[in-house]
Design a protein around this ligand. Structure first.
Ligand code: ADE
Length: 301
C-alpha cells in the first residue's frame, strides 16, 4: 500500500518502464550491509557502454523492508519522470532502474565513489568552509522535493552520498537503509507495529504523530548541519545519549535543542535553530536556507 500523496504522482506503467534485466547487470564488490539491505558495486550494460553503478538489494523478504523498497523506487521514478528533470544536475542520487522480479529484488543507482557524508565527516580531512558545499548541495535536493511535495523522511549525514566530483547527493529514500548504522534507528511501537525510527533526526510532529512533510525534512536538515559542524558527532541532548521517543518529545517540548558546537559560527547556529522551530510553518524554506548558508560560507573564506 502506497501513501496516497505518492500514489497520485505515479505515472501508469512505471514498474515496467524502469525494469532492468538481470543479464544487463554484473555484480561486483560489496559496499555495505545491514539487517535489511545489501549494497554492491555493479556494472550495468547501457547502449552507451558499461557504467559503474550501485546495486541495492533486499536480503530478507520482510514486509516492512519491501514497503520501503517499493517507496524508494516509486519516489525516484516520480522524480526522474518529471518534465525537464536532469539527473546529472540534480543533487538526488540517479536512478537507473530496478529488477523487481529477481530474487533478491534490486535497485540500480548512481555509484557514489566517496561513500556517505557521515564517514567523510568523521575522517576530519576538510574544513567547515569546504563541508558547507555539501549542505548547500542538499538544500537544492530539498527544494526539488518540496516542489514535488515529496518528503524524504530520513535526511541525515549517513544518507547523503558523495560522488567522485565531490558533489553531495541525497540518497536512501527507503527505510531499508540501516546499511551503515543500525544504532540510530530506534524501535518504536506504533499501532501494534514495530518501526525503527531515526528519533534524534525527527521533527517534533514526526515524533508525536508520525507526521512527515517537507517541513519535517527541514528539521532533519538542521540536525545534518549540526553533524557537519561537529565532524559527524552523534547528536546528543543533555546527557541522554539514546532517548526514547517519549523522553525526546519531553526534551523538545521544554524548548531544549542540540547545543551550539564549540567550533560553530554563531550565525550558522541561528540557521540550525530556525530549522528546529516547534511550528513547522515557522521553519525556513530550502531556498532561504540555501541563501543563508552561502552567506555563511563566504564569511568563512
Ligand atoms: N549509490 C547508491 N547507494 C550507494 C552506496 N551505498 N554507496 C555508493 N554509491 C551508492
Amino acid at each position: 500500500r502506497m501513501e496516497e500523496d505518492l500514489a497520485d504522482k505515479l505515472r501508469p506503467g512505471w514498474l515496467e518502464r524502469w525494469q532492468i534485466d538481470s543479464s544487463q547487470l554484473t555484480l561486483g564488490d560489496m559496499i555495505g550491509m545491514g539487517a535489511f539491505g545489501l549494497v554492491t558495486q555493479a556494472s550495468l550494460a547501457l547502449p552507451t557502454g558499461q557504467r559503474t553503478v550501485a546495486a541495492k538489494m533486499i536480503r530478507f523478504n520482510d514486509k516492512l523492508c519491501y514497503q520501503d523498497f517499493y517507496r524508494e523506487t516509486a519516489i525516484l521514478t516520480v522524480i526522474h519522470e518529471e518534465k525537464g528533470y536532469n539527473p546529472r544536475k540534480s543533487n538526488i542520487i540517479q536512478l537507473f532502474g530496478f529488477n523487481i522480479t529477481s530474487n533478491p529484488k534490486c535497485l540500480i543507482l548512481e555509484y557514489a565513489s566517496e561513500g556517505n557524508l557521515l564517514n567523510f565527516l568523521r575522517q576530519k580531512k576538510n574544513k567547515l568552509h569546504y563541508l558547507l558545499y555539501f549542505a548547500i548541495d542538499i538544500t537544492q535536493a530539498l527544494g526539488h522535493l518540496k516542489d514535488l511535495r515529496i518528503s524524504h523522511r530520513d535526511v541525515a549525514a549517513r544518507n547523503v552520498l558523495i560522488t567522485e566530483q565531490n558533489i553531495a547527493k541525497l540518497g536512501d529514500f527507503g527505510l531499508a537503509r540501516d546499511v551503515y548504522n543500525t544504532a540510530q534507528y530506534i524501535p518504536v511501537n506504533h499501532q501494534g507495529q514495530e518501526r525503527r525510527l531515526p528519533l534524534k533526526w525527527m521533527a517534533i510532529e514526526s515524533l508525536l504523530h508520525l507526521q512527515f512533510s517537507c517541513e519535517s525534512d527541514l528539521w532533519s536538515f538542521g540536525v545534518l548541519l549540526w553533524e557537519i559542524v561537529t565532524g559527524g558527532t552523534d547528536p546528543m541532548y543533555g546527557n541522554t545519549p539514546q532517548p526514547t521517543c517519549q523522553q525526546l518529545v519531553e526534551i523538545l517540548q521544554q524548548g531544549i535543542r542540540l547545543d551550539m558546537p564549540a567550533e560553530c559560527p554563531p550565525d550558522l547556529y541561528v540557521i540550525m535553530t530556525s530549522c528546529w522551530s516547534e511550528d513547522p510553518t515557522a521553519r525556513p524554506n530550502p531556498e532561504e536556507i540555501r541563501e543563508n548558508l552561502i552567506r555563511e560560507q563566504e564569511k568563512l573564506n
